[in-house]
Design a protein around this ligand. Structure first.
Ligand SMILES: Cc1cc2nc3c(=O)[nH]c(=O)nc-3n(C[C@H](O)[C@H](O)[C@H](O)COP(=O)(O)OP(=O)(O)OC[C@H]3O[C@@H](n4cnc5c(N)ncnc54)[C@H](O)[C@@H]3O)c2cc1C
Length: 505
C-alpha cells in the first residue's frame, strides 16, 4: 500500500454515500469550484485520481495571472481571464498565497510587431483590461533593462501577476476541506451511471458514491469522463506540451517583470518571468503530442526554446538552470473553454481549460456556482463557511526575535532540513499534518519547497523521506516520490546483520 492510499482510507466513509455535488478532478478548476461551492449548504465530494491535488496541468505551467488582453474579446477565455485577474487579490489574501502584480510586457522589434501590439491593446480595452498602454523603447528598458537590444516598444499591462499555481490549488483545497468538502484522493472515476436522476460514480479502485450533480473538472481527460455519460461526444481534448527552464534565484536580476514575445500565427510564443519564490522561468514550447501522460522534456524542445527566448532578453544565464519540466495544455477541439451545463441534466463540464485557465479559475468557479443556482434555484448559505485559510509559517521570513521565540515553543523549527531554501523540520511537519497534508516527497516539495533549490533535493531528500516515514507512521521503504510505485528506497544495505542504512534506488 502506498502512503497515498493510507490517506484515502482515512477519508473514505466505507459505504455508498450520497452527495449533492461530486467534482471530478482536483486541479485549480476543481479545487476552486469546491471552495466556492462550500459557501453553500451542499454535501460535496472532490474526487481525484492521483494521490494529491494539483497533479495535472496545474502542476506545470508559467504561474502567470494574465492581464486579459490576449484572449479574443467575446470568448469565455477573455471573459473569465479578466474577471479572474480581478478576483485574485481577495482570493490570495483570504487563502494566504503570495500574489505579485509585477506587470507584463509584450515586446515589439518591428513596425509589424507594433501593429500587433495595437491590436492586442484594442482587444484588451474591449475586454476592460485596466491601465494597458503601449510604451516606447526608453520606458521599456527602464522597466526591464535586460530586454533584447532590438526591442523598439512594448505593450505594458501592469495588472499581470505571478502566483504559485500548485500552492493556489492546495490552498483552495485546504479551505474547501476545512469548510466540509470531502476530498477523496486515489479515486479514479471509471464509470458513471444515472438512475432516477441520481448519478452513481464508480472508481478504478472499486469504490462507489452517489451524487445529484456532477462537475467534470478533469482537465485533459474531460472528454474521456464526459463520454462516460454521453457517447455522442461533441468535443475532443488533445495534449499540447510546453517545456521550461527554471533558473536559480541568483539569475533573478535578468527580469523582474513578465516578458512575452510578440504573438504570431504560431501562438503566444515564449516568455521569461520571475516566480513568486524568486526564480526565473523561460518557456514554454508548444507542440501537440499523442499521449496524455507525456510530460518528458526533450533536448529538441529545449533547444527550440533557447532559440526563441533570445528575442526576449539580452542575456539569459542558462548555466544557472536548476531544472527543466514540461506540462500539458488541455487543447479543446472547440477552441474555447468548455464551461457549461451539458446535454445531460445536472452534469456540468468545466474542461478543455488551457491557458489562461489558472488566471480564470476564480471566475470559472464563480460561474459554476451561477450555473447551479440558475438550474437549481436559490442556494442556501453555509453559515459556518470560513473564507480564511491558516497561513503557512515561513521560518526564513521571520525576524531573529520571532525565530528564537518559535524555536523555544517548538524545537523542530530550529532544525534546517533544506539549506538551499532554508526550510525547517517544523515547516515540513506542518505541511504533512495540514488539512490536505503531503504524503509524498514531491507533495512536501510543492507545499514547503525542500528540494526546490539549487541542489534539487540532493541533500534534503533523504531527510524528507525520514520525516514522512515518522509522521505518517510508515516504513521508509514505503515513502514514495510521487505516489503509485515511485519508491525511493529498496531495502537495507546490510540487512543480514539486521540493521544498516536504507539504499536509494
Ligand atoms: C505549459 C503550460 C503553461 C501554462 N501557463 C499558464 C499561465 O501562465 N497562466 C494561466 O492562466 N494558465 C496557464 N496554463 C493553463 C493552466 O495550467 C490550466 O488551464 C489549468 O491548470 C487547468 O486546470 P484544470 O483543473 O482544468 O486541469 P488539471 O490541473 O489537469 O486538473 C484536472 C485533474 O483531474 C484529474 N482527473 C483526470 N481524470 C480523472 C478521473 N477519471 N477521475 C478523477 N480525477 C481525474 C487529474 O488527475 C487532474 O488532477 C498553462 C498550461 C500549460 C500546460
Amino acid at each position: 500500500m502506498t502512503s497515498g492510499s493510507l490517506l484515502f482510507k482515512n477519508r473514505w466513509v466505507g459505504k455508498i454515500k450520497m452527495y449533492d455535488i461530486a467534482i471530478i478532478g482536483a486541479g485549480i478548476i476543481g479545487t476552486s469550484a469546491a471552495r466556492e461551492l462550500s459557501r453553500y449548504q451542499f454535501k460535496i465530494a472532490l474526487l481525484e485520481k492521483e494521490n494529491d491535488v494539483a497533479c495535472g496541468g496545474t502542476k506545470a505551467n508559467s504561474g502567470i495571472v494574465h492581464a486579459g488582453y490576449d484572449a479574443l474579446f467575446g470568448t469565455k477565455k477573455s471573459l473569465y481571464n479578466v474577471r479572474g485577474n480581478q478576483l485574485y487579490d481577495q482570493v490570495c489574501q483570504e487563502l494566504s498565497i503570495p500574489f505579485k502584480r509585477v506587470g507584463s510586457l509584450v515586446v515589439a522589434k518591428s513596425e509589424e510587431d507594433l501593429l500587433t501590439l495595437e491590436r492586442l491593446k484594442e482587444n484588451g480595452i474591449r475586454a476592460k483590461v485596466q491601465s494597458l498602454k503601449i510604451i516606447g523603447k526608453q520606458e521599456a528598458f527602464e522597466l526591464v533593462p535586460n530586454l533584447n537590444r532590438q526591442v523598439i516598444g512594448a505593450l505594458y499591462a501592469p495588472t499581470a501577476a505571478i502566483i504559485d499555481p500548485w500552492e493556489a490549488a492546495i490552498a483552495y483545497a485546504e479551505n474547501a476541506v476545512t469548510n466540509g468538502v470531502n476530498l477523496m484522493l486515489n479515486y479514479e472515476v471509471s464509470n458513471i451511471s444515472k438512475i432516477n436522476d441520481v448519478f452513481q460514480i464508480t472508481s478504478v479502485q472499486g469504490h462507489t458514491l452517489k451524487s445529484r450533480w456532477i462537475i467534470n473538472a478533469s482537465g485533459l481527460y474531460g472528454d474521456h469522463v464526459y463520454r462516460m455519460v454521453n457517447s455522442a461526444l461533441s468535443f475532443n481534448i488533445s495534449p499540447k506540451k510546453g517545456e521550461y527552464y527554471l533558473l536559480d534565484k541568483a539569475a533573478a536580476s535578468i527580469t523582474n517583470r513578465i516578458v512575452f514575445g510578440c504573438p504570431s500565427k504560431e501562438g503566444k510564443g515564449v516568455l521569461a518571468a520571475p516566480t513568486t519564490h524568486g526564480n526565473v522561468l523561460i518557456g514554454p514550447t508548444s507542440s501537440l503530442v499523442s499521449q496524455k501522460s507525456d510530460t518528458k522534456t526533450t533536448s529538441e524542445g529545449l533547444m527550440t526554446l533557447r532559440d526563441k527566448a533570445k528575442s526576449l532578453l539580452h542575456h539569459i544565464p542558462y548555466e544557472m538552470n536548476i531544472t527543466n519540466y514540461a506540462g500539458l495544455r488541455a487543447e479543446p477541439s472547440t477552441r474555447d473553454f468548455i464551461v457549461e451545463a451539458s446535454e445531460i441534466p445536472n452534469f456540468i463540464n468545466a474542461v478543455g481549460i488551457k491557458s489562461p485557465g489558472l488566471s480564470s479559475a476564480p471566475a470559472i468557479a464563480e460561474e459554476i456556482v451561477g450555473i447551479i443556482e440558475r438550474l437549481n434555484g436559490p442556494l442556501i448559505v453555509n453559515p459556518l463557511f470560513n473564507p480564511i485559510r491558516r497561513p503557512r509559517l515561513i521560518f526564513s521570513a521571520l525576524s531573529d526575535g520571532e525565530k528564537e521565540l518559535l524555536i523555544k515553543k517548538n524545537p523542530l523549527y530550529g532544525k534546517i532540513i533544506c539549506r538551499c531554501e532554508m526550510i525547517t523540520e517544523g515547516e515540513i511537519v506542518d505541511a504533512i499534518h495540514r488539512p490536505v497534508g503531503a504524503t509524498t516527497v514531491n507533495g512536501v516539495k510543492r507545499r514547503v519547497r525542500p528540494g526546490s533549490g539549487r541542489c534539487q533535493g540532493g541533500f534534503c531528500g533523504p531527510q524528507v523521506v525520514s520525516i514522512l516515514s515518522r509522521e505518517l507512521d510508515i516504513r521508509r521503504e514505503k515513502v514514495t516520490l510521487e505516489g503509485v510505485e515511485s519508491y525511493i528506497l529498496k531495502g537495507r544495505t546490510n540487512s543480514a546483520h539486521g540493521g544498516g542504512n536504507l539504499d536509494e534506488s
